[in-house]
Design a binder for this molecule. Structure first.
Ligand SMILES: NC(=O)c1ccc[n+]([C@@H]2O[C@H](COP(=O)([O-])OP(=O)(O)OC[C@H]3O[C@@H](n4cnc5c(N)ncnc54)[C@H](OP(=O)(O)O)[C@@H]3O)[C@@H](O)[C@H]2O)c1
Length: 235
């Protein structure tokens, strides 16, 4: 745990999708940097293992729930993800409309920075993953809305488009970052996706960036920090 006088970020961060496999890493990396965390979840029961977090029970479909969640937060990190073709957990409901609603409520509440877990290949409408209820195209619509709303008026965003996600911690691999959605394959630990988004809270070079990221190579190679990867991005 980082001590208070060295704090990298002074605000409170809402994590949406905090009970998910990537969201849990986002929460734990925020806690590592001693950043206060609020979470929006459909089930408070699921947050018991998240440690010291402020919990708002609600759905991403409900504007009032979201307004309560973003209240008092300076930043939002979304690791929301759909899991079903139809209904409340579908790509249209979660990856597109849910994220769009969250972006709008966050901007209304005065949130300054918004970090989003998107996906590699999000611009490729012909990609096989789109057979799952058009998930990539839905994510792209949400990305576009985020860039539009948080790319102005003193707000900022960071959109991470990871390759295939693996359950694993941060800072264990060299990473490869790219822009323009040119990568077709590759893996990355969920912990690294979380770390990149947490770092985006204070790294100026992360502001208003959209980029893809995968492991540079399979072999583990311990990293001190991930902030330097933002130096490689073109604005
Ligand atoms: N799997 C991959 O290889 C891959 C690759 C690139 C990008 N991605 C993207 O990365 C993101 C994170 O993936 P993951 O595997 O960590 O996700 P995950 O474990 O499936 O977690 C998804 C989260 O979204 C929440 N959620 C879903 N529907 C909701 C609703 N209606 N209201 C509120 N919360 C809702 C879930 O909460 P509950 O606990 O309430 O269900 C859960 O916390 C996703 O957007 C995914 O598409 C995945």
């Amino acid at each position: 745990m980082i001590m208070t006088d060295e704090k990298k970020y002074k605000g409170k961060v809402l994590v949406a999708g905090a009970t998910g496999r990537t969201g849990r890493w986002v929460v734990s990396r925020l806690q590592h940097y001693d950043v206060p965390v609020k979470v929006l979840t459909r089930s408070a029961e699921k947050t018991k293992s998240l440690g010291d977090v402020e919990v708002v029970e609600g759905k991403i479909q409900n504007e009032e729930d979201i307004a309560r969640a973003v209240d008092g937060c300076t930043a939002v990190i979304s690791a929301l993800g759909s899991s079903e073709v139809f209904g409340d957990a579908s790509p249209g409901e979660v990856d597109r409309d849910g994220v769009i609603r969250l972006v709008d409520e966050a901007a209304k509440a005065g949130v300054r920075h918004f970090g989003l877990v998107s996906s590699m290949a999000v611009t490729k409408w012909y990609h096989p993953l789109n057979l799952f209820a058009g998930i990539l195209s839905k994510k792209l619509e949400a990305e576009e809305h985020l860039r539009d709303v948080f790319g102005k008026e003193g707000r900022s965003y960071t959109i991470v488009r990871p390759g295939g996600l693996r359950d694993g911690g941060p800072l264990l691999h060299d990473l490869h970052v790219d822009q323009g959605d040119r990568l077709w394959s590759g893996w990355i630990n969920r912990g690294d996706v979380a770390e990149l988004l947490v770092v985006s809270l204070w790294a100026e070079k992360a502001k208003n960036m959209t980029f893809e990221v995968i492991n540079e190579r399979e072999k583990e190679h311990r990293q001190e920090d991930l902030e330097h990867y933002y130096d490689k991005l073109a604005s």
